[in-house]
Design a protein around this ligand. Structure first.
Ligand code: ZN
Length: 134
């Protein structure tokens, strides 16, 4: 298991449109997709910075994972996603090394990618996502 690059950085925001305007007008990036991920009860907006993306996450439900996160910690960096060739095997290998998994097996994320999360309690405080095509 070895990540090929940082696939994206997930950032929890309270207002997607205002946040998009910042990334576009101040940083000069272009929002190329807005997508609702019903499973995680968020609306997402994507920007490319080289090979890495910025994923803005606006909660659609105060009881959803991002809604709860913002209530507790406020907006800001939410998770770090590593690009993995094989998400299922990478999750399994992390589990075998004693890492607490949020997802034992991959599920469907934004952009049709397979994703799975490691628990921040096992990763020194960083909610960590594996992200890939299988
Ligand atoms: Zn993500």
């Amino acid at each position: 298991m070895k990540p090929t690059h940082i696939e994206h950085i997930g950032i929890a925001v309270t207002n997607l449109e205002e946040s998009i305007a910042y990334y576009e007008k101040v940083l000069g990036l272009e929002c190329y997709a807005i997508e609702e991920v019903a499973d995680q009860r968020v609306r997402t907006a994507f920007f490319k910075v080289g090979e890495t993306k910025i994923e803005l996450l606006e909660s659609m439900d105060p009881d959803g994972p991002v809604g709860k996160y913002i209530a507790k910690r406020g907006p800001g960096i939410h998770h770090l996603a590593f690009a993995m060739k094989d998400v299922a095997t990478s999750l399994k290998q992390a589990g075998e090394q004693g890492i607490r998994l949020i997802d034992e097996t991959p599920r469907e994320g934004a952009e049709g990618l397979k994703i799975g999360f490691l628990h921040p309690g096992s990763t020194f405080g960083v909610l960590t996502e594996f992200c890939g095509e299988m």
